[in-house]
Design a protein around this ligand. Structure first.
Ligand code: AMP
Length: 361
């Protein structure tokens, strides 16, 4: 599919790599537009499989499964960015993958991500790559205290440690298994915000309003839409979002996590080339959700309006919190979403609930 190509007709099949709740909610949005979804994932009874037309249960790097999956679908996307890159590149030779594997590669690596931001003139925390133990002395001479993060495969605060100086950095680097890392300065932030932005193949862009994200135990707890930030901060966050999707040539969806520093600067922390937990509120508060927007972007349909008809607070149901579902189901006006997962293990995202209020300014 290239810019200006005809949209995928209803009845076409969208392939999703990964079987989690993001794939599930994407498949539900795709179904609303008359599309089918096929899932490729190694897990049994995955949340996305429960609502998809077809699941191929196999390892991502299984060549036979890749061929069957590619034969079954018209376009491919992915629902988590820690998916191994090589199978995604192999699939891209068989069917269009949106966002492209080159976008995925950048988003999988914190150093590449921050370097791309720098090249676009967008602020980040100060950072120094730490590839080997020999890099640690110079890195901590430049930045201390700081946060040492593994460059790849980090999520929900995993693979990161606050370090006061060289000795702690050495210990953390060894604990992470001597893998490439980045040492970041600690940002004194007023709040954390994010923007979910879609870009179509013809270059059209639609961004949702910046939202505030509050974390508990390194996991997103609540998203407040819109973020209560100064108009200039919201405008800057949206400008950054548009710049990033244009510079990276994203076709699909990108979530951009940012810090609002106490001095007012907006600094990019992380990119995710997929639907994002901080965009779940759009299901209930916008005419077109982040999931439908992704489907529209990759299927070549016009992007929908990202306008919200209501303000919203989204609360994640993590681990045991899901056991509150009977009360939440009875709460008037609460929009309850459960992901069909079996065991409510600590830290596992089991569902979310969104509460709407009349739209403010
Ligand atoms: P990350 O995995 O990069 O999203 O980081 C997880 C959380 O750690 C963020 O949401 C912040 O609350 C905190 N954090 C990460 N990096 C920094 C930083 N450079 N300065 C201050 N806090 C940070």
């Amino acid at each position: 599919m290239s810019a200006g190509a005809a949209p995928l007709p209803p009845g076409s099949t969208i392939g999703i790599l990964g079987g989690g709740q993001l794939g599930r909610m994407t498949a539900m949005a795709a179904a609303r537009l008359g599309y089918r979804c096929a899932i490729l994932c190694p897990e049994a009874d995955a949340p996305a499989s429960q609502v998809a037309a077809l699941t191929i249960r196999a390892a991502y790097d299984d060549p036979g499964a890749q061929r069957r999956f590619a034969d079954a679908v018209d376009v491919i996307t992915y629902e988590f960015e820690n998916i191994p890159l090589a199978p995604v590149e192999a699939l891209a030779r068989l069917k269009p993958v949106r966002p492209s594997p080159s976008v995925l590669a950048i988003c999988q690596d914190r150093v590449q991500e921050k370097t791309a931001m720098q090249a676009a003139g967008i602020g980040t925390a100060r950072f120094v790559p730490v590839v080997a133990p020999g890099d640690i002395a110079a890195a901590t001479a430049a930045i201390a205290p700081g946060i040492l993060k593994t460059s790849r495969m980090g999520y929900d605060g995993k693979g990161q440690a606050r370090v006061a100086g060289e000795a702690e950095a050495r210990a953390a680097f060894a604990r992470f298994g001597d893998v490439p890392c980045v040492l970041e300065s600690i940002v004194d932030f007023a709040c954390e915000i994010s923007v979910v932005v879609a870009r179509a193949a013809d270059g059209a862009i639609a961004a949702y309003v910046p939202v505030e994200n509050r974390h508990a135990h390194h996991i997103l707890d609540e998203t407040i839409a819109p973020a209560k930030v100064a108009p200039a901060v919201a405008e800057e966050a949206l400008r950054i979002a548009r710049t990033v999707v244009e510079r990276l040539g994203v076709v699909g969806l990108l979530a951009i996590e940012m810090f609002v520093a106490r001095d007012g600067r907006v600094l990019v922390n992380e990119l995710a080339p997929r639907p994002h937990n901080s965009g779940h509120w759009t299901i209930d508060a916008c005419a077109v959700s982040q999931f439908e927007q992704l489907v529209r972007a990759i299927a070549g349909l016009p992007l929908g309006s990202p306008e919200r008809h209501s303000d919203a607070v989204m609360k994640n149901l993590v681990g045991d919190e899901v056991h509150d579902w009977p009360r939440l189901a009875a709460e008037r006006g609460a929009c309850l979403h459960l992901y069909g997962k079996g065991e409510a293990r600590p830290g596992r995202k089991m569902g979310h609930v969104t509460r709407l209020s009349p739209r403010g300014g």
